[in-house]
Design a protein around this ligand. Sequence first.
Ligand code: ATP
Ligand code: MG
Length: 653
Amino acid sequence: MREITKWVVEDTGQKEVFWPSEEMKRLAWVNDASLYRQADEDPVAFWAERAREGLDWFRTWDETYRRDPPYFKWFVGGKLNACYNCVDRHAKSWRRNKAAIIGVREPTGEPAKTLTYHDLYREVNRFANVLKDLGVGRGDRVSIYLPMIPEAQIAMLACARIGAPHSVVFSAFSADSLKDRIEDAGSKALVTCDGYYRRGRAVNLKDNADRAVEGTTVAHVVVFRRTGQEVDWVEGRDHWWHELMEGAEPYCEPEVMDSEDTLYILYTSGTTGRPKGVIHTTGGYLTQAYWTTKWDFDLHDEDVFWCTSDIGWVTGHTYNVYGPLSVGATQIFYEGAPDFPDRGRVWEIIERHGVTVFYTAPTLIRMFMGWGDEWLEGHDLTGLRLLATVGEPISRDAWMWYFEQVGGCRCPVIDTWWQTETGSTLINALPGIGPFIPTVAGRSFPGTRHEILDDRGEALGLGDDPGYLVQRGPFGPGMLRGIFGNPAMYEENYWTRFGHDAYFSSDGARYFSEGNFRLTGRLDDVMKVAGHRLSAAEVENAIATHPDVAECAVVPAPHEIKGETPWAFVRLKDREPSDELAKELTDQVVKVLGPTCRPERIVFTAAVPRTRSGKIMRRILKSLVRNEPVGDTTTIENPESVEDLKTLVGYKE
Ligand code: ATP
Ligand code: MG
């Protein structure tokens, strides 16, 4: 692919606006921008066409879209099975011998475990029968607590096959967090393993599982043997995966599911508070998963896709299971850490397995940058043709590093904005259309509509301050259909702020150009400094461009005169903190954003608090600078950072 065209727009101050190369345009599934207009003229007809073209249905729907606020339905009366769409139809086609999942393993050196679509078909059918034999049936919930091994995907698909909603819990969550989620979902069974490898060491997972299931509704625990370590055993309740599989019948008829039957429940990352059990249903979710995978990542049959998300997050659900498998793609599924046996691991995997499309998170990109470019050297990354990110706003410097160092200036960087609630990506540029602009996610996916509203619900336009990002109806087919066991919270979180005609995302945004959205972070992270609305992301962007800064998080602190004022928490690369450096950073913000945005304090710190998905928890920092209680801390990955910060900011318990 030829070098991407660089288009310089001087008057907006944005130096980098990239357009797809001729080759990218020729190759891409979508290269005609008129698609946006066509879809917008009749989104319901557009999605009906997508559902028909992308999926196999047992029965066609009677009504494409039905609203019953705050609820809505897609493909009412339609019948299908998600597992059938991800597995059977490929196993019956020429893709039968195509690699579906390349499970790259730990410890390093163990050969990859590759499953073809036929292998996947065999495993999934038998595991579906295993669950059935244990008494799990349609509508029963199954919790899954597994590391990044293909058995996670097999278990999820087996649940989908028999119509039992799964609830996957990130394997690094504690026993208590798992217990909370099992209890909330009322699960009948748990699928887990003895342990897993992390940086060459075997970690015991069964212990956590044992403590979590005690006193809950879980009657059966299926244990996959991964490490072979000693584990405690409860006779009658615990079963070895391989023993049950031996006796299982090879074929399990897929349940005929209603389009609106629940496919899964998934708890959010918990960046802003306690996680909520988001409900996703079958037909609409799978339709959007299929088309966003195909169009956003431009996946073709020859591609090797690698999405680095853990299976415990929505990105792992949609882009490690339902999206790539429904389109019949080949994907990498990596068990280990990005820095084991060394910091070149990710680049080694990309080279060895010929990854062409790579999807990761800004937090990892920052980590790679911090480790230094030398880790990429010596690895042939020229097979890559497309890069993408999700999870947080990506700063300009991280975007450019990704584009230049990883993508060799050939690959579009697709910055995808979406949420656990939205099921699939919603706002991003399409690879054959562009433009690709650092810190600008792009346009609404065809057939969806977003707006930016002010406090009173009036639509904002180009040139206005950041406002509230909302989605307008007809709401995307992949959107959540509720919060498990808590309809009041569903109404309150998403449909109260602006009523039933605007899904409230809790994120802030402004327009970069007509229809192109720049995400400015969570609304809780917006501050009002001397009457001006200022987003944390804007200040962070200005600071992060300094070569000595590894990462930074900005939060509002109360101020007597200005109302609020930004405080910046900064982690440095290889430099000692100094007053001089603090001044340099402050001056940089003033230069880029003006004197009103001057940070009141720069706090140099060894770490900022993060969720287990790697997102900065500004909520915690905000409580610290306000001397308020820090609230729910169960989703913090590095609690020790909070203790250090308390001392740094003079927090009084
Ligand atoms: P909780 O809702 O429990 O606090 P969470 O919001 O972190 O957790 P997710 O659904 O995993 O849970 O994350 C979605 C959020 O991540 C979005 O609302 C947005 O704030 C942020 N986000 C995701 N992708 C992007 C992106 N490309 N640009 C900017 N922000 C993003
Ligand atoms: Mg959220």
